[in-house]
Write a protein that binds this ligand. Sequence first.
Ligand SMILES: [Zn+2]
Length: 177
Amino acid sequence: MEELIYFKDDELDRVNDAVSVAEELTFNSYKISASEWKRHRYDIKTLIDLKPEEIVSGPFAQIIRYEGRKTKDPLGLSHYDFYKICLQDQSILKALAENDKLELFHFVLYIVTHELIHIVRFGKFLQNFEASDEEKVMEESRVHKKTHEILKNVTNVAIEPVFEFYRAWREPLDKIV
Ligand SMILES: [Zn+2]
Protein backbone atom coordinates (compact mmCIF):
# COMPACT_ATOMS: atom_id res chain seq x y z
CA MET A 1 0.00 0.00 0.00
CA GLU A 2 1.42 3.34 -0.98
CA GLU A 3 1.74 6.10 1.56
CA LEU A 4 -1.54 7.89 2.24
CA ILE A 5 -1.31 11.58 1.37
CA TYR A 6 -4.42 13.70 1.75
CA PHE A 7 -5.62 16.71 -0.26
CA LYS A 8 -4.87 19.92 1.60
CA ASP A 9 -7.64 22.47 2.18
CA ASP A 10 -6.89 24.54 -0.92
CA GLU A 11 -6.71 21.35 -2.98
CA LEU A 12 -10.03 20.19 -1.58
CA ASP A 13 -11.56 23.49 -2.72
CA ARG A 14 -10.40 22.81 -6.26
CA VAL A 15 -11.59 19.20 -6.08
CA ASN A 16 -15.03 20.38 -4.96
CA ASP A 17 -15.16 22.87 -7.82
CA ALA A 18 -14.17 20.13 -10.28
CA VAL A 19 -16.89 17.82 -8.88
CA SER A 20 -19.54 20.54 -9.39
CA VAL A 21 -18.53 21.11 -13.00
CA ALA A 22 -18.32 17.37 -13.67
CA GLU A 23 -21.83 16.86 -12.31
CA GLU A 24 -23.27 19.71 -14.34
CA LEU A 25 -21.66 18.65 -17.62
CA THR A 26 -22.42 14.94 -17.18
CA PHE A 27 -26.07 15.33 -16.21
CA ASN A 28 -26.64 17.93 -18.92
CA SER A 29 -25.16 15.55 -21.44
CA TYR A 30 -27.55 12.77 -20.41
CA LYS A 31 -30.42 15.23 -19.97
CA ILE A 32 -31.21 13.89 -16.52
CA SER A 33 -32.09 15.71 -13.34
CA ALA A 34 -28.96 16.31 -11.27
CA SER A 35 -30.91 16.89 -8.05
CA GLU A 36 -32.62 13.52 -8.23
CA TRP A 37 -29.33 11.71 -8.80
CA LYS A 38 -27.39 13.57 -6.16
CA ARG A 39 -30.00 12.85 -3.50
CA HIS A 40 -30.46 9.15 -4.05
CA ARG A 41 -27.85 7.59 -6.22
CA TYR A 42 -24.32 8.44 -5.22
CA ASP A 43 -21.88 10.26 -3.03
CA ILE A 44 -18.34 11.44 -3.75
CA LYS A 45 -15.73 11.24 -1.00
CA THR A 46 -12.01 11.89 -0.73
CA LEU A 47 -9.49 9.85 1.23
CA ILE A 48 -10.17 11.49 4.59
CA ASP A 49 -13.73 10.12 4.50
CA LEU A 50 -12.94 6.64 3.21
CA LYS A 51 -13.09 3.44 5.20
CA PRO A 52 -9.98 1.24 5.03
CA GLU A 53 -11.67 -1.16 2.62
CA GLU A 54 -12.53 1.73 0.26
CA ILE A 55 -8.88 2.68 -0.20
CA VAL A 56 -7.05 1.11 -3.14
CA SER A 57 -3.51 1.34 -4.38
CA GLY A 58 -3.10 2.52 -7.97
CA PRO A 59 -6.45 3.70 -9.35
CA PHE A 60 -7.39 7.37 -9.01
CA ALA A 61 -10.90 6.46 -7.91
CA GLN A 62 -13.07 3.45 -7.36
CA ILE A 63 -16.80 3.00 -7.20
CA ILE A 64 -18.28 0.96 -4.38
CA ARG A 65 -21.88 -0.13 -4.64
CA TYR A 66 -24.01 -0.18 -1.51
CA GLU A 67 -27.56 -1.30 -1.17
CA GLY A 68 -29.84 1.53 -0.11
CA ARG A 69 -33.27 1.25 1.39
CA LYS A 70 -35.92 3.93 1.49
CA THR A 71 -36.37 4.99 5.12
CA LYS A 72 -40.16 5.14 4.95
CA ASP A 73 -40.35 1.55 3.89
CA PRO A 74 -40.56 -0.65 7.00
CA LEU A 75 -40.82 -3.86 5.03
CA GLY A 76 -37.62 -3.02 3.17
CA LEU A 77 -39.13 -3.88 -0.17
CA SER A 78 -37.78 -0.98 -2.15
CA HIS A 79 -34.06 -1.53 -2.31
CA TYR A 80 -31.95 0.59 -4.55
CA ASP A 81 -28.31 0.81 -5.52
CA PHE A 82 -26.21 3.56 -4.03
CA TYR A 83 -22.75 4.26 -5.34
CA LYS A 84 -19.86 5.83 -3.50
CA ILE A 85 -17.16 7.36 -5.65
CA CYS A 86 -14.01 7.01 -3.57
CA LEU A 87 -11.36 9.47 -4.75
CA GLN A 88 -7.86 8.27 -3.94
CA ASP A 89 -6.00 11.47 -3.02
CA GLN A 90 -2.68 9.66 -2.73
CA SER A 91 -2.76 8.29 -6.30
CA ILE A 92 -4.02 11.54 -7.82
CA LEU A 93 -1.31 13.59 -6.07
CA LYS A 94 1.33 11.07 -7.11
CA ALA A 95 0.28 11.37 -10.77
CA LEU A 96 0.41 15.16 -10.53
CA ALA A 97 3.88 15.01 -8.97
CA GLU A 98 5.09 12.74 -11.77
CA ASN A 99 3.55 14.72 -14.62
CA ASP A 100 3.97 18.47 -14.32
CA LYS A 101 1.65 19.10 -17.27
CA LEU A 102 -1.31 17.74 -15.31
CA GLU A 103 -3.15 20.18 -13.11
CA LEU A 104 -5.45 19.21 -10.24
CA PHE A 105 -8.74 20.84 -11.28
CA HIS A 106 -8.84 19.46 -14.81
CA PHE A 107 -7.45 16.06 -13.83
CA VAL A 108 -10.15 15.61 -11.18
CA LEU A 109 -12.75 17.01 -13.59
CA TYR A 110 -11.89 14.16 -15.95
CA ILE A 111 -11.76 11.50 -13.22
CA VAL A 112 -15.10 12.47 -11.68
CA THR A 113 -16.85 12.89 -15.04
CA HIS A 114 -15.62 9.41 -15.93
CA GLU A 115 -16.94 7.88 -12.69
CA LEU A 116 -20.28 9.67 -13.02
CA ILE A 117 -20.70 8.25 -16.53
CA HIS A 118 -20.16 4.77 -15.06
CA ILE A 119 -22.87 5.43 -12.49
CA VAL A 120 -25.33 6.84 -15.02
CA ARG A 121 -24.75 3.79 -17.20
CA PHE A 122 -25.29 1.41 -14.26
CA GLY A 123 -28.43 3.33 -13.33
CA LYS A 124 -29.78 3.18 -16.86
CA PHE A 125 -28.88 -0.54 -17.03
CA LEU A 126 -26.58 0.11 -19.95
CA GLN A 127 -23.89 -1.69 -18.00
CA ASN A 128 -23.99 -4.34 -15.28
CA PHE A 129 -21.88 -3.69 -12.17
CA GLU A 130 -20.96 -7.39 -12.12
CA ALA A 131 -19.53 -7.64 -15.62
CA SER A 132 -16.84 -10.01 -16.90
CA ASP A 133 -13.26 -8.72 -17.02
CA GLU A 134 -13.38 -8.48 -20.80
CA GLU A 135 -16.66 -6.59 -20.69
CA LYS A 136 -15.24 -4.25 -18.05
CA VAL A 137 -12.33 -3.33 -20.31
CA MET A 138 -14.71 -2.63 -23.20
CA GLU A 139 -16.84 -0.53 -20.89
CA GLU A 140 -13.75 1.40 -19.79
CA SER A 141 -13.07 2.26 -23.40
CA ARG A 142 -16.66 3.38 -23.98
CA VAL A 143 -16.63 5.49 -20.82
CA HIS A 144 -13.31 7.15 -21.70
CA LYS A 145 -14.69 8.06 -25.15
CA LYS A 146 -17.83 9.49 -23.59
CA THR A 147 -15.74 11.43 -21.05
CA HIS A 148 -13.79 12.97 -23.91
CA GLU A 149 -17.01 13.80 -25.76
CA ILE A 150 -18.42 15.57 -22.69
CA LEU A 151 -15.22 17.48 -21.87
CA LYS A 152 -14.03 18.33 -25.38
CA ASN A 153 -15.81 21.68 -25.25
CA VAL A 154 -13.90 22.73 -22.13
CA THR A 155 -11.95 25.68 -23.46
CA ASN A 156 -9.18 25.81 -20.87
CA VAL A 157 -5.92 24.49 -22.37
CA ALA A 158 -5.21 22.63 -19.11
CA ILE A 159 -7.62 19.92 -20.27
CA GLU A 160 -5.31 18.97 -23.16
CA PRO A 161 -2.61 17.20 -21.07
CA VAL A 162 -5.43 15.25 -19.39
CA PHE A 163 -6.76 14.09 -22.79
CA GLU A 164 -3.21 13.16 -23.72
CA PHE A 165 -2.82 11.19 -20.47
CA TYR A 166 -5.83 9.05 -21.39
CA ARG A 167 -5.34 8.98 -25.15
CA ALA A 168 -4.65 5.23 -25.38
CA TRP A 169 -8.16 4.53 -24.10
CA ARG A 170 -9.71 6.24 -27.11
CA GLU A 171 -7.73 4.12 -29.55
CA PRO A 172 -8.44 0.52 -30.59
CA LEU A 173 -8.37 -1.69 -27.52
CA ASP A 174 -5.63 -4.03 -28.70
CA LYS A 175 -3.12 -1.32 -27.83
CA ILE A 176 -4.10 -1.54 -24.17
CA VAL A 177 -4.84 -5.18 -23.41
ZN1 LIG B 1 -13.71 3.58 -15.41
